[in-house]
Structures are given as structure tokens and as C-alpha cells.
Design a binder for this molecule. Structure first.
Ligand SMILES: Cc1cc2nc3c(=O)[nH]c(=O)nc-3n(C[C@H](O)[C@H](O)[C@H](O)COP(=O)(O)OP(=O)(O)OC[C@H]3O[C@@H](n4cnc5c(N)ncnc54)[C@H](O)[C@@H]3O)c2cc1C
Length: 469
């Protein structure tokens, strides 16, 4: 293990995370008289809103995840470090990150923490083994493999019950992500794969969208919610509301109705899009600063997005809790730019007391349901159908980072939405099984470190066998 200190003479800014908050924060410091170090556990900036299109074969990974290092290549005051941040020490002003066995300690004068959020299973983390979420590229590729793999297995099965289980897809959570994913699985079954199998008819697949809430897209409410539900049903999606998932296993899930009765749905391919939990770094920052955290693990920040008692440390995006702001890309991007502005003011000698509070400019939110159909809400204006879909298309293209990504995305959308082809239909065994295999390996490592089990290499050399007699 090596400890390396990154030295610098100018005001040193460390940014944790290369998502919307981190990247936009770092970019806003381009011309500032500071040295920026951006540390993230992934090599890319991920455009999460289009992950579902990677999971359903429309877009490639490269379209939505440009390499952060290349995005920031021309920003000379910025260094990009790959690493998982393990610890932030607010008093020592250091961030400790790890890449494989190498530990790096980076010093800061100002810190922007934008480590985002992960999936929440509301205390039932064991559901994750059978119902993966969709937060990362790995998740999306695994899902693609699981969805396409279910069709492949159904083609080989002669047992009607097994076939029905394989061709039943359940999406848990009827928020924007769940709705978009369910819509695309339905389009995959009804359009793209139609006629591609000989033993099964892909159009006979069931796509079930489940939620414990009483409405689809509850944040949109009223008419938009109803329109979205009607459109989903037209696509053949079964909407099951007021339904709480109480158990998930390899072959299906158990659902509890409002009246307390339980029923089982047999399904091989389940997807979880029902909740979020902020990065555990939030808990660490809260413990050191005395800040409170909410149930989703988000840190209550000051109106200037700083931590109580630490005007040089900003927590932004999905990790912050302020005025009930939603977990949206715009909140993170505007938070990143705002934090950068405060850092520039600090470098210019301004005191934190002179800061104006962060003001979120709500540019609206939107969700697609299928090709040619979306719902959008901008202030009081509600748009749905084709116009909503065109608005969705334009806005998502605008915010995709990089010319190449925009260009290849337009091509892929033309092929998928005007035709019925999808260019990204390959999946590999490793993509499907890697997550659970890695989890097992990590459990094994932890048990080994705790001395509960021996070293497999020792077994192969005979040491362990000798010990065991
Ligand atoms: C599937 C999906 C669809 C979505 N659709 C929409 C949408 O349509 N519209 C919308 O506005 N919002 C949408 N969102 C929400 C939006 O993507 C988030 O609000 C936004 O990404 C938050 O930005 P962030 O910078 O806080 O976190 P993120 O963008 O999640 O970035 C977090 C970064 O931190 C890094 N990181 C995490 N932990 C560590 C660590 N310990 N060490 C180092 N690095 C770390 C990650 O690798 C990542 O680079 C969607 C989210 C998902 C998952």
C-alpha cells in the first residue's frame, strides 16, 4: 500500500465524483486561479437519464459515458484521479482514495462532495441479488443480459409454466426510471424481437410495472399521471399499484396488497427502481460536522450548500438535502456551478458571510413512455404525447456531453425509433453474472480478513490441509 500526497501551491480544490454535480462544478472552475483534483471511482461521466436505453439495446455505453479525462483534457488546471474515496478528514483537510491496493491522500483547501446516490432496497438488501437496480453502466449491461437472456431461455423451454415465468418482466417502482424501462422492455418484445424467435412469440411477454404508491409517476400527479398510465396500458404493460414487494427470489417475487393479502408473481427478470440512498460518505461528513442526515442518507446543508462549521466544504446533488429539492440532474449541475462560484469568491478574498443562498432554477422534468410519447412538466405547463417526446429528445441531446456522443445518439435513435432495429443487442455471460460473483468474492475477502476462513492459496499449497490434519 502506498501513500502519496498530491502537492500544490495554489488554492486546492478537490471534487469528489464525476457525475452531473462533480463534472459541472469542475468545469465551472476552468478559468479560476485554482488547482482542481477530481477524484471518482469511475473513469467516465455517466448520463444516468439514458441508462435505460443502454439496458434495452438502443444506445451503446460510449454514447452516454464519455471518459472524464478526455472531457477535461483541455482544462489545464484540473487533474483527474481514479479512485474510490474512503475517507474525508475535515479537520486535516484531506481526502483518502483507493485504487486497487494503492491509497492516495489528497489535500484540499475547498472540497466539493458530489458522490451521488445508490439504489435503496429499504432495508432488504438481499433483494439486490435477484432484482438489480439501474444506477451504473454495469447495472445497465447486466440488465440487458438478463432481459435478452430470458427470451433466449424461453425459446429453449418446452414447459409452458417455465416459459411464462421467463417471459414475465417485472419492474418495481413506477417513477420516471421504472416507467421508461417498462416502456422499452415492452417495445423490445413487441417490435424489435417480433419474428426473431421460432418457438416463442416475443409479443406474448408480460411486462408488469409495480408500485406501492397509488399512481404512476406520482411526482407529476393529476392528468399527466393518468395520461402516462393510459399510454403504458396501450403498450400492453400491466400496471399494479398499491402493491408492496415483501420478498424477491430467483423465480419471482411476493407482493402485498393494500388489504394485506399476499400473492406471488413468477418472473425470472426483475428490475428494482424503487428508491435511492445517498453515498455513505454523507454519513461520514455528518458525523464529523454535526450536520443532520435524512432517511435517504442525504446531508442537511446550509443555504450556501456548505457543511455546518465548514464553509469550505460543499455537499451537492443527490447527496444534499435542502428545501426538499429533488434528486435531479439540474439540481446537481446548478449546485456544482454554484459551489464553484463561491470558491472563486473565496479565492478573491470574499468572506463566506457575503454569500447569497443557492437558488434552484426549476427547468421542469420529463419522462418518456415509449417512442413518440413522453410527459413533461415545466412550471404550470404540462405537455404530453408527441410534442412532449420531441421536447424530451431535444433536451437530452443538449445535455449529452461531447459532439461524438450527440452524433452517434442521433443515429441510434433514428434506427430505433423510425425503424425497429437496435444496434446494441449483444450481451455476455460476464455482464450477467459479474455483480453477484464480485459480491461473493468480497464477502469471502471480508470473512478471510476476519479470520473466519483460510486462504485458498494455502489450501492449494497443502498448508491448510496439513493444518486441518
Ligand atoms: C436511471 C436513472 C435515470 C434518471 N433520469 C433522470 C432524468 O430523466 N432527469 C433528471 O433530471 N435526473 C434523472 N436522474 C437523476 C440524476 O441522474 C441525478 O440526480 C444526478 O446524476 C445526480 O448527480 P450527482 O452529481 O449528485 O451524482 P451522480 O451523477 O450519481 O455522480 C456521482 C459520482 O460520484 C462517484 N462516486 C460515488 N461514490 C464515490 C466514492 N466513494 N469515491 C469516488 N467517487 C464516487 C460516482 O462514480 C459518480 O461519478 C436519473 C437517475 C437514474 C439513476
Amino acid at each position: 500500500m502506498s501513500i502519496q500526497t498530491v502537492e500544490s501551491r495554489r488554492h486546492r480544490v478537490v471534487v469528489i465524483g464525476s457525475g452531473f454535480g462533480g463534472l459541472f462544478g469542475a468545469q465551472a472552475l476552468k478559468r479560476a486561479d485554482v488547482d482542481v483534483t477530481l477524484i471518482a471511482r469511475t473513469t467516465h461521466h455517466l448520463f444516468q437519464p439514458l441508462l435505460y436505453q443502454v439496458a434495452t439495446g438502443i444506445l451503446s455505453v460510449g454514447d452516454i459515458a464519455p471518459a472524464t479525462r478526455l472531457v477535461l483534457r483541455k482544462q489545464k488546471n484540473t487533474q483527474v484521479l481514479l479512485g474510490d474515496v474512503l475517507e474525508v478528514d475535515l479537520e486535516a483537510k484531506t481526502v483518502t482514495s483507493r485504487l486497487l491496493e494503492r491509497e492516495t491522500v489528497t489535500e484540499f483547501d475547498s472540497l466539493i462532495v458530489a458522490a451521488g446516490a445508490g439504489q435503496s432496497y429499504f432495508g432488504n438488501d438481499h433483494f439486490a441479488e435477484f432484482a438489480p437496480g439501474m444506477k451504473t453502466i454495469d447495472d445497465a449491461l447486466e440488465l440487458r443480459g438478463r432481459i435478452l437472456g430470458a427470451f433466449e431461455q424461453a425459446e429453449l423451454s418446452h414447459d409452458p409454466e417455465e416459459r411464462a415465468r421467463l417471459l414475465t418482466f417485472v419492474v418495481v417502482g413506477a417513477g420516471p426510471t421504472g416507467v421508461e424501462l417498462a416502456g422499452q422492455i415492452a417495445e423490445l418484445a413487441h417490435r424489435t424481437l417480433n419474428g426473431a424467435f421460432r418457438s416463442i412469440d416475443s409479443r406474448e411477454s408480460r411486462v408488469i410495472l409495480l408500485d406501492g404508491a397509488p399512481a404512476v409517476l406520482p411526482v407529476y400527479g393529476g392528468k399527466l399521471s393518468e395520461k402516462a398510465a393510459a399510454r403504458l396500458e396501450k403498450l400492453g404493460i400491466e400496471i399494479q399499484l398499491n402493491a408492496m414487494v415483501t420478498d424477491v427470489d430467483v423465480d419471482g417475487l411476493v407482493v402485498k396488497e393494500k388489504d394485506g393479502t399476499e400473492r406471488r408473481i413468477d418472473s425470472q427478470c426483475k428490475v428494482w427502481s424503487a428508491g435511492v440512498q445517498a453515498s455513505p460518505l454523507g454519513k461520514q461528513l455528518a458525523a464529523q460536522s454535526g450536520a443532520e442526515i435524512d432517511r435517504a442518507g442525504r446531508v442537511h446543508v446550509n443555504p450556501d450548500l456548505s457543511l455546518p462549521g465548514y464553509p469550505n466544504v460543499y455537499v451537492i446533488g443527490d447527496m444534499m438535502s435542502l428545501d426538499n429539492l429533488p434528486g435531479l440532474a439540474q439540481v446537481a449541475m446548478q449546485g456544482g456551478k454554484y459551489a464553484a462560484k463561491q470558491i472563486k469568491a473565496t479565492v478573491a478574498g470574499e468572506s463566506p458571510e457575503t454569500r447569497h443562498p443557492f437558488k434552484y432554477f426549476d427547468k421542469g422534468s420529463m419522462a418518456t413512455i415509449s417512442r413518440f410519447s413522453a410527459v413533461a412538466k415545466v412550471g404550470k405547463l404540462e405537455i404530453s404525447g408527441f410534442i412532449g417526446w420531441v421536447a424530451w429528445l431535444v433536451i437530452h441531446l443538449m445535455y449529452l456531453v461531447g459532439f461524438r456522443s450527440k452524433f452517434s445518439t442521433i443515429l441510434s435513435w433514428t434506427v430505433s425509433f423510425l425503424g425497429r432495429g437496435r444496434a446494441q443487442m449483444a450481451s455476455t455471460e460476464q455482464q450477467v453474472f459479474a455483480r453477484n460473483a464480485i459480491d461473493l468474492l468480497q464477502d469471502y475477502e471480508r470473512a478471510k480478513d476476519a479470520g473466519l476462513i483460510g486462504d485458498p492459496l494455502a489450501v492449494s499449497t497443502g498448508e491448510e490441509r496439513e493444518k486441518a490434519g
